[in-house]
Design a protein around this ligand. Structure first.
Ligand code: PMP
Length: 406
């Protein structure tokens, strides 16, 4: 038999397929609302001004060489990254019980966190499972399956209200076996854009503590949601303050516009400094066999941005530029639909949702009609990337959305 005879052909990744179809389309008013990357008002990728400055500084730094980084990453980067997500005054940081490892962006952070749990977490009666929100970033399923943790889902999104299925979510937290692992999106939930309120986070936290569950936070959009880094880290910090056992996956792809550099971190908040030392030793062993050493360039850029006060201030401005443009587009779309076009239905979710994505609530057929009739590319679940909208194309989008839902 031929060597790879038994390998079945896998379907292409749906998002990348969408991008390819968009690129091949020659219609001048085409819009790509599939991609999860920021675009400026001219539909172009945006290199953050702070990243340009940091790049110049690195280029002229005589001390830069191309040696290996330590296994757990660039220390100035990982410690600043921990402070960014957990807060400078975090009890966990002050008590030296945070273990931080540099990872291959957020995907690598999720993988390393999952691998670590798979090896060392004492799963309860429920077995080796992870609870994911329904829906979630689709890659979560494959990432956990790869390390023999079975993904199961908890209710999260309610199509009837285009909002949070809060009571069913709480019910699942209550009925899950003690010591279950729950994956939570720290802010700007992907794909729905629906986040719990602070009050709701408080109730989620109560049950997690009561049942002894583990919180696996995925934070891919800090700063991107509200434009404020601290605000978007609120849930994670609250859970740490209240003593929930947890880890956090952190990505700098979106908030620093460093998609291709693959810069991220995974932070385990351990109960004691001594436990943290043991956890760190095992994470180093895992990292060694997976990637040996993480890549240097992106971590050096982000380290400069986080540690140099002038650059940090500039970064906060750049984040506001991105987040506020997206918030503006939400307001504009809402206004066009409700005031001008008088599109049937309630569209308040467009302004209530947060972050890069919006779940429009339109049907699969309507989503397909947008692509087929109007050359507007989006996933068939009705999710749109708000970053794909701008002042030049938003009216065309609103008019066609109006047509397909009428
Ligand atoms: N988690 C979530 C929820 C995401 O949306 C993303 C990006 N699409 C990631 C993790 C990881 O992205 P990256 O590996 O590019 O940092």
């Amino acid at each position: 038999a031929e060597t790879w005879e038994e390998v079945p052909l896998a379907p292409p990744d749906s998002i990348f397929k969408l991008t390819a179809a968009y690129k091949a389309d020659s219609f001048p008013q085409k819009i790509n609302l599939g991609v999860g990357a920021y675009r400026d008002d001219d539909s172009k990728p945006w290199v953050l001004p702070v990243v340009k400055k940091a790049t110049e500084l690195l280029l002229t730094d005589p001390d830069i060489d191309h040696e290996y980084l330590p296994i757990t990453g660039l220390p100035q980067f990982t410690s600043a990254a921990a402070k960014l997500i957990l807060g400078r005054d975090s009890p966990a940081i002050l008590e030296d019980r945070v273990v931080s490892v540099q990872t291959i962006s957020g995907t690598g952070a999720n993988h390393l966190g999952a691998l670590f749990l798979s090896r060392y977490y004492r799963f309860g009666e429920g077995g080796k499972k992870v609870w994911l929100s329904d829906p979630t970033w689709v890659n979560h399923f494959a990432i956990f399956r790869n390390v023999q943790i079975e993904p199961v889902t908890y209710p999260y999104y309610d199509p009837a209200t285009i909002g949070l299925a809060f009571e069913p979510f709480l019910e699942t937290l209550r009925s899950a076996a003690p010591r279950s692992v729950f994956l939570l999106h720290a802010c700007a939930h992907n794909p729905t854009g629906v986040d719990p309120t602070r009050e709701q986070w408080g109730q989620i936290c109560d049950i997690i503590l009561e049942k002894g569950h583990y919180a696996f936070f995925d934070c891919a959009y800090q700063g991107f949601a509200s434009g404020d880094l601290d605000n978007d880290a609120w849930a994670v910090r609250e859970f740490v303050k209240r003593g929930v056992p947890l880890l956090v996956c952190q990505s700098f792809a979106k908030n620093a516009g460093l998609y291709g550099e693959r810069v991220g971190a995974m932070h385990v908040v351990a109960p004691t400094e001594e436990a943290a030392d043991r956890v760190k030793s095992q994470l180093s062993v895992l990292q060694r066999s997976e990637i040996s050493n993480p890549p240097a360039h992106g971590a050096r850029l982000v380290s400069l941005i986080l540690n140099e006060p002038v650059l940090f201030a500039q970064w906060k401005e750049d984040i506001k530029t991105m987040a506020h443009r997206i918030i503006e587009m939400r307001k504009e779309l809402h206004k066009l639909l409700t005031e001008e076009l008088k599109t049937p239905g309630n569209w308040d979710h467009i302004v209530n949702q947060i972050g890069m994505f919006s779940f429009t609530g339109i049907s699969t057929e309507a989503s397909q009609a947008l692509t087929e009739k109007a050359h507007i590319y989006l996933t068939t679940n009705g999710r749109i990337s708000m970053a794909g909208l701008n002042r030049k194309n938003i009216r065309y989008f609103a008019e066609n959305l109006d047509k397909v839902v009428r």
